[in-house]
Design a binder for this molecule. Structure first.
Ligand code: AMP
Length: 216
């Protein structure tokens, strides 16, 4: 099963990706995660990527595409892939079509997770993180047992400085600007599956599951 997942921060892409990986046994390939891992390892690729990421810019296509080409050729992609955060530009989408054709792994569906603004604002402004272990909570949807304290390690919970409505607008604008051409490209091929991700995890997962079962 060869699929792409798209959606803004806060759309539940991470949660749905873990469920897809578990249910269909395909690797979750996130270019953002791959760059972060390379930075942690201190590789040349990581050092180059960091310069762009620190500026909030996209890493140049030739670097990103080479990394994806290598990743897709790994044996764990035999069964397919769940691509997250890639393609992010039209050029990446065009080249990806060639790579996927060469490897006989053409994209079968593009899951587009959409969330209405009020819901996204509620998710983002209510989000709390553990300062120590990084565990994520939500003041109403997923509260800790004791207010402001992490269930796992007892450390204080904090709010990310960019988890504000103003920052959310900026991030969403940026997301739409980047992804719209890519989505239009796949929509023209009839591959885009819209998923209303404003609902509960169970409801969203049921929709995604139905879409993916249809593909099989
Ligand atoms: P993410 O975790 O997906 O938000 O990605 C974090 C950062 O990694 C982005 O802001 C970019 O700098 C870089 N990045 C991730 N995916 C790509 C991509 N497909 N093309 C270019 N840069 C990317």
């Amino acid at each position: 099963m060869n699929i792409l997942i798209m959606g803004p921060a806060g759309s539940g892409k991470g949660t749905m990706s873990s469920k897809i990986v578990e249910a269909y046994d395909i690797p979750h390939i996130s270019t953002g995660d791959m760059f972060r891992a390379a930075i942690k390892e201190g590789t040349e690729l990581g050092m180059t990527a960091k310069k762009y990421m620190d500026e909030g810019l996209l890493v140049p296509d030739e670097i990103t595409i080479a990394m994806i080409r290598e990743r897709l050729a790994q044996p764990d992609c035999q069964k397919g892939y769940l691509m997250d955060g890639y393609p992010r530009t039209l050029n990446q989408a065009h080249v990806f079509e060639e790579i996927a054709a060469e490897l006989k792994k053409p994209v079968e569906a593009v899951l587009n997770l959409t969330v209405d603004f009020e819901e996204l604002a509620n998710r983002v402004t209510g989000r709390r993180l553990c300062k120590n272990c990084g565990a994520i909570y939500h003041i109403t949807n997923f509260p800790p047992k004791q207010e402001g304290i992490c269930d796992h390690c007892g450390a204080l919970l904090v709010q990310r400085s960019d988890d504000t409505v103003e920052q959310l607008r900026v991030r969403l604008d940026e997301h739409h600007k980047n992804t719209e051409p890519v989505l239009a490209y796949y929509a023209a091929q009839g591959l885009v599956k819209e998923v209303n991700a404003s609902r509960t995890i169970e409801e969203v997962w049921a929709d995604i599951r139905a879409i993916l079962e249809d593909l099989q």
